[in-house]
Design a protein around this ligand. Structure first.
Ligand SMILES: *Cc1c(COP(=O)(O)O)cnc(C)c1O
Length: 403
């Protein structure tokens, strides 16, 4: 069987998730999985080879020093490039590190970035605590992109989007943002953690840069931190140069774990979707619930764009209690759950719950007067049992002890 990508027809996603990044043969045969290669020092034959490798490694991906990646990391980079439809991918020690390095690679003091109102909250904090004091102007635009033209500034060099948005999954018209950015000489970067290269593909929709917190669905087992940045050929070099300058690297053990997780990515996502849709429909019928947030639901404001641009949905589901519900009641609901773990992050095989503070995480959208929002990650457990757990926790609110 040939491993040469050039002489075979393009494969479907599920085949690529199995086939990519497994090339290693030994005398006798080859294992199914790529070997785990740990290295700091890489040895060269002679001074001439060492000099040649040093000269070429800025432009080419070569195994020349552990910090620039090992064959294990390269196998994962290639897998993510396949998923994202990218020229190349770089790995970072966390999703947030990937976000920060992306901003630093393409922006310098004096430049401006337009950031979507719905970005992952620590990205917003990074803008406030670092970009602004560093001289990079950061302006937030509506999550659906509707006001972006009026927010444009002469120094805008990047549009930074996240679609669907964190916590309540607002959709935006990414091809439109790409057109606007490119007409004005700016780059479009998108956080693609929700889509994970399977459900949503920003580069195919016109973005230059796509970021994934591999901590979530790519790793899939709540035991690894990692971020990936995948770019087009034109956008690649600044990212590569900046990541090398800052010594950004990942442990090969972690790269190996993420590669292992990705093998089952499509299978897991299908199950997360099926379970989440069952829970969503059930929640929509509960009187305590004002709204369920999920763009796959007909009636969601982002549903038409979701149908156009997304290949499915995942296990993420948030809902808003009826206005007038107190945060204390929302917390009592959370504390009453038995099958949902309480904690940050998501994308593992297990169900999670956390309170979402919408007033703190949005500055353009006005969330005053709304009910408390709770984010669920629906895992691979029996959906009927998850629903039973949610029902018991909601029912317990009615049995509130008197004031
Ligand atoms: C979790 C997350 C990140 C950050 O990933 P970490 O690996 O936790 O640093 C970035 N963007 C989004 C949308 C996320 O959900």
């Amino acid at each position: 069987m040939s491993d040469d990508a050039h002489d075979r027809p393009p494969r479907g996603l599920q085949t690529r998730l199995v086939e990519q990044g497994r090339t290693q043969s030994y005398p006798g045969g080859r294992p199914v999985n790529a070997p785990l290669v740990r290295a700091s020092t890489v040895l060269f034959r002679d001074t001439q080879e060492q000099a040649q490798m040093r000269e070429r490694r800025g432009g080419e991906r070569l195994f020349t020093y552990g910090a620039r990646g090992t064959p294990t990391a390269f196998a994962l980079e290639d897998m993510v490039s396949e998923l994202e439809g990218a020229y190349r991918t770089r790995l970072f020690p966390s999703g947030l590190a990937a976000v920060g390095m992306t901003l630093l690679a393409y922006l310098k003091p004096g430049d401006g970035v337009l950031m979507a109102d719905c970005v992952y909250e620590p990205a917003r904090q990074l803008a406030d605590s670092f970009l602004k004091p560093y001289g990079i102007e950061c302006t937030f635009f509506a999550a659906d992109g509707s006001d972006i033209e009026s927010r444009w500034k002469p120094n805008t060099r990047m549009v930074y989007a996240e679609c669907p948005g964190s916590l309540v999954y607002e959709m935006c018209d990414l091809p439109r943002l790409a057109r606007l950015a490119h007409e004005r000489g700016a780059l479009l970067a998108a956080d693609n953690t929700w889509g994970s290269g399977v459900l949503y593909r920003p580069l195919a929709l016109g973005a230059d840069i796509s970021i994934i917190a591999a901590t979530k669905y790519l790793s899939g087992h709540s035991d690894v931190m990692m971020g990936t940045v995948a770019t087009t050929r034109d956008a690649w070099q600044p990212l590569q140069d900046r990541a090398d300058a800052f010594g950004m690297t990942v442990s090969p053990d972690d790269a190996w774990l993420v590669l292992r997780g990705i093998r089952t990515l499509a299978a897991r996502l299908e199950m997360h979707e099926r379970h989440a849709l069952k829970v969503a429909q059930w929640l929509q019928a509960r009187p305590e619930v004002a709204r369920v947030f999920c763009p796959a639901l007909p009636g969601d404001p982002g549903h038409a764009l979701w149908r156009r641009d997304c290949g499915g949905t995942n296990g993420l589901l948030s809902f808003e209690f009826q206005p007038g519900t107190s945060q204390a009641d929302a917390n009592r609901f959370i504390d009453a759950l038995r099958l949902f773990g309480l904690g940050a992050s998501w994308g593992g095989y297990e169900s999670l719950v956390t309170a979402a503070n919408m007033a703190r995480t949005r500055s353009v959208a006005d969330w005053r007067g709304r009910g408390p929002v709770v984010r669920l990650h629906i895992g691979l457990e029996e959906p009927a049992e998850l629903i039973e757990d949610l029902a018991a926790a909601l029912d317990s609110l009615a049995r509130r002890p008197g004031p």
